[in-house]
Design a protein around this ligand. Sequence first.
Ligand code: GLU
Length: 420
Amino acid sequence: MREDLLRHPVFKMAAEQFDRSADFLKLTEDVRERCKWPKRLITVTIPIKRDSGKTEVLFGYRVQHHLSRGPVKGGLRFHPNVDLGEVAALAMWMNWKCALMGLPFGGGKGGVACDPRTMSNHELENVTRRYTSEILPFIGPETDVMAPDMGTNEQTMAWITDVYATHAGHLVPSIVTGKPVILQGSEGRTEATGHGVAFLAARALKRLNSKVKEPTAIVQGFGNVGSHAARTLESYGIKVIAVSDVTGAIHAADGLSISDLMDHVAKTGSVKDFPGSEVVNPDAMLTMKCSILIPAALERVIDESNAADLQCVILAEGANGPTTTKADAIIEKRGDIFLIPDILCNAGGVTCSYFEWVQNLQRFQWSKQEVLSKLDTMMAQAFDRVVSFAERNEIPIRVAALSLGIKEVADVKSQRGLYP
Ligand code: GLU
């Protein structure tokens, strides 16, 4: 299994990032091994009846990286490329993200290999319900708390809550986060990840103030993260000049109206044909000149083929794992891009999930303003801590963020000792 995981390109990347930080931290071999490998790798098959009447068997996964600091926390992804290696890598990143943010969680991630874009609501409900019942023995508010990720949303979380509540015999709102607000979801959770990405990009911009005059942004991916990041940037007065989704990319030199674009996407299902915009090549869009580039889609989109050509000042990683190890090396060598690494940049989502979990456990509901101001405070503190740690130790900012997270986990594991 070790070798299988290490052969997977995304897991390999997460493992290389881990090793680099573990070297910096000088972790002993035993602690390093205990931190690196996931505690539980769960694979299930999900038989569902398609609307056509045909029965199909899908593969689903849940990886719980470690439970040493609390329940595992992390999203559930529906995407055709999902497999065990990818989910394991994403669970490992969640781990360091939660620890870096000081949340009492380990990292987890789940996924089902399917294409939600081609599935009816009824089929999606069946997959969600059956996946949940297959992993029921392994989840719970003190064991594993799921949340939305790519291809899933608050409706998915409502179905999971329903399955869990039906089996428990009563409503257990703390079983998932990112639920609809009427089901005791948290105000602000939907926009939290994107808002956090934009908030940190703007904070980075402030640090580089003298360099950037009229800031512009480009956003790759216009799902939950990308769209809300764009909207918050626009609210800060930063022009969003290009945006892409799976169907293509659009550009407007004077800036796109994000709320109009969100309406357009809600109506047509894609960013294409947005009035006042011109079509651009989605790959070429990544290397267009801008102040802030936000990859907010899949992993490994910034690689050795485009890293040298990037023309952004700030690279704000809304997605998990968007930059390969080779691209990292190129960006470090260039030295002219301010990177906000994924586990810090997109941590707004899980931080707000933590708020939701706390509210659920306390049977309490905070206002949106309270949630977002608590979120901004925690994001700002984490950002400043990572930046000063990187500067003090003269290490790349990704190594700094990962090291702060990994050290938390390593210390807890050492302190708890080894059972038996
Ligand atoms: N899926 C999100 C992430 O990758 C959020 C996870 C959560 O809220 O638990 O960070």
